[in-house]
Write a protein that binds this ligand. Structure first.
Ligand SMILES: [Zn+2]
Length: 301
């Protein structure tokens, strides 16, 4: 059976994404600090292997290994001139792993810099950089895009516009929130309502959150807030959530996530029940977390 279009699929119940990529690469022997995105060119078999692990665990869609594959982030590793090659290869590997039945989302992360006046980036140049990345991903055969872990409204706006300039595939947009005195806000101080209304006004197919530093219970509360904010706009936009496996604890300078796959799955089920139908995991999650969600939510006991 071949897949229906991603846009149609978004409205048809649970769409299970994958978990973290970085930790899975390290588990397969990739050195910490290496340019993960360049592995698409250099060691495609490792990346393929991670995608397969998630698909076998039950993912309906995998995210390409291109989180840092924009010109600015790649330049920090000396690969600023290989944007299209790295993204095209990333999409092709994911497509090969997903086959014709499962979906591939082109993963777009932040530039790692700020737009003027806070940083040195100009909107036009940043838009061009994201468009270059999106073109490589589209050429490689993605079904849609996920722009994630964003913290600045100006940057997510430019990224969404850039992808829409390149093609009309579905776009999922996601920001990372932290919980503090002022409720849930991104690192740049953006609250949930402002984030949701910006993403929705830019015509995304799904809006939501990923990463951040909330506890599992806080992620459920955040999901409810996002769902309320979307509902208040009266728009038919899907909601997505990719929480971390709880709050990390620092052990020997390494972030360690102690949440079990079962606990993670039970929280994701609660998040689903408030109206979030696109779910997956961010930092600290692996194939066992995805498998636990698939088992719990697809075969209720
Ligand atoms: Zn994360």
């Amino acid at each position: 059976m071949s897949r229906i279009s991603l846009r149609e699929r978004i409205g048809k119940g649970l769409l299970l994404l994958d978990g973290a990529m970085g930790t899975q690469l390290i588990a397969r022997g990739v050195e910490v600090g290496k340019c993960n995105d360049y592995l698409n060119v250099e060691s495609s078999d490792i990346v393929f292997d991670v995608h397969r692990a998630y698909l076998e665990a039950g993912s309906d869609a995998v995210l390409t290994n291109t989180f840092g594959a924009n010109k600015y982030a790649l330049a920090r590793h000396g690969f600023g001139d290989k944007v299209e090659e790295i993204n095209r290869a990333g999409a092709q590997i994911a497509r090969r792993a997903a086959g014709e039945d499962k979906y591939v989302l082109g993963d777009v992360g932040p530039s790692g810099d700020f737009l003027e006046p806070l940083g040195s980036l100009k909107p036009g140049a940043l838009r061009e950089a994201f468009a270059e990345q999106a073109k490589g991903l589209a050429d490689g055969g993605v079904d849609g895009f996920i722009i994630e872990t964003m913290s600045a409204l100006e940057e997510i706006e430019v990224a969404i516009e850039a992808v829409k300039l390149v093609c009309d595939l579905p776009v999922f947009a996601s920001m990372a929130f932290e919980v503090g005195g002022g409720g849930y806000r991104t690192m740049m101080g953006v609250d949930v309502e402002s984030a949701v209304s910006k993403m929705v006004s830019l015509g995304v197919d799904a809006a939501g959150f990923n990463c951040g530093t909330a506890s599992l219970d806080e992620y459920v509360e955040l999901a409810s807030k996002v769902a309320l904010a979307v509902k208040a706009l009266g728009q038919d936009v899907a909601i997505l959530a990719e929480p971390n496996a709880g709050k990390p604890e620092l052990v020997d300078d390494r972030a360690v996530y102690n949440v079990t796959p079962q606990d993670f799955a039970s929280v994701l089920e609660k998040i689903y029940s408030v109206g979030v139908n696109i779910i997956g995991g961010c930092c600290g999650t692996g194939p066992r977390h995805i498998e636990a969600i698939a088992k719990r939510m697809r075969n209720p006991q």
